[in-house]
Structures are given as C-alpha cells and as structure tokens.
Design a protein around this ligand. Structure first.
Ligand code: 3PG
Length: 214
C-alpha cells in the first residue's frame, strides 16, 4: 500500500497523535517506547526536546519495520521540516500555518498537521494542502467550536490539541474531530516518580477512551 495512506490510517484508526515534549533526550526515548508499548501508533517529538533530531533518528530506525509513525513537532519553518524528514520523520506538526513546511512535506509525501485557530486560518490551511488541521490551542475553544465550524466546513479534518484528556475526548470526537493531539496526559505520566509503566497505562487508557466513543 502507498506508505502515506498507511500512515494516514494510523492517525485516523487510533485517533491519537502523541506529543512528546520532554526535557531530555533520554526521557523522550523512554516516553516514546512506553507509549508505543501501550498501543500508540503515531507520535511527534517536538523540536523543543534537546537533540530532537537525534531522538527522531533513533526512533525512526528502531521502529522502521513495525508500522509506528514517527513525527516531528513544533516545526516552524521549511529548513527544520526538511531536517526532520532527513532524520526519518514521516509526520510534521506545526502550531501555525507555514506554506514552506507543507510544500517540503508534500514533496516527500510526509503527513502535515498544521495549526489553525480561526475559520480563515482553517480554510487557508486546507488550501495550502495540509492533511489535517491542528486546532490549537483547543482548550479555550472547546468541542462546541468544532461543531460550529463543521457546519460550514464539514470537510475540515480537525485534530484539537491542548487540554484533551480521556475524560473529555468523547466530546471532541462526537463534535466531529478525526482524532486528537495528546501531550501531558500521557507523556508526563512518569514525570513525578520516573515510573514509565505509568506512560504505558495512560496510553492504553486514552486509546480505550477513544475506541469506546467511536
Ligand atoms: C503541546 O504542544 O505541548 C500541546 O499543546 C500539549 O497539550 P496537552 O499537554 O494539554 O495535551
């Protein structure tokens, strides 16, 4: 199957893109491994992680044959987009619309999740050729915003990010989101005591919460 379609399916089928914004390279690797153990199939290492490109490279090699979609997040420009792709990222996530990022990603058939907040930004994101619209920051907007947006723009594949939890994810999915971006609930689960089994448990819990509502 066309690799990009396989990768798109991983996001749509599980409904979760995990955001790993750890304070060290080692922590990011441990979080990724524990979350994958819990069933996560699509994740982004944000560029704020120290040596993020190295982390991406290690994970992309390690999971090359296992069907896990390794991505890069907080991509702000085309140069970083290309560097992330060269490191092995097949998913690029940005908090805002940047045409160069989408152009580079489409050249290599990497998936883009591009940030937008207003109806104008959402339409421009679709016109630019992004695969998904990252509704960000989603906390302040709430699921009702997605319902309102989807009346005139039912074609927008929206992935809200910021403040999504197993407790409120059903509201986002029921509002019409194709999936959600999840950061701290899973990736910070081991922060207090360094018990990365808690990341695995949180990932399972989240995936289950999405599966129930679908
Ligand atoms: C991020 O970019 O780190 C996201 O906004 C994470 O949001 P969350 O931690 O509330 O899931």
């Amino acid at each position: 199957m066309w690799r990009k379609l396989e990768n798109l399916n991983k996001i749509v089928q599980t409904g979760i893109v995990l955001i790993i914004r750890s304070e060290s390279e080692q922590e990011a690797l441990k979080v990724a491994e524990a979350a994958i153990e819990g069933g996560i199939q699509a994740l982004e290492i944000t560029m704020s992680v120290p040596n993020a490109l190295d982390v991406i490279q290690i994970l992309a090699k390690k999971y090359a044959d296992s069907g896990i979609l390794i991505g890069a997040g907080t991509i702000l420009d085309g140069e970083t987009a290309r560097a992330a792709i060269l490191a092995g990222a097949e998913l690029l996530v940005s908090p805002h619309l940047n045409h160069e990022i989408i152009k580079v990603a489409n050249r290599y058939q990497a998936i883009t999740i591009s940030g937008a907040f207003t109806p104008k930004e959402i339409v421009e994101t679709l016109e630019a050729g992004a695969d998904f619209v990252k509704l960000f920051p989603a906390e302040g907007l709430g699921p009702q915003y997605v319902k309102s947006i989807q009346s005139p723009l039912p074609q927008a594949p929206i992935i809200p990010t910021g403040g999504v939890t197993p407790q409120n994810v059903s509201e986002w999915i029921n509002a019409g989101c194709v999936g959600v971006g999840v950061g701290s609930y899973i990736s910070k689960a081991a922060q207090k005591d360094g018990d990365f089994d808690k990341v695995t448990v949180a990932a399972k819990e989240f995936l289950q919460a999405v599966a129930i509502v679908r």
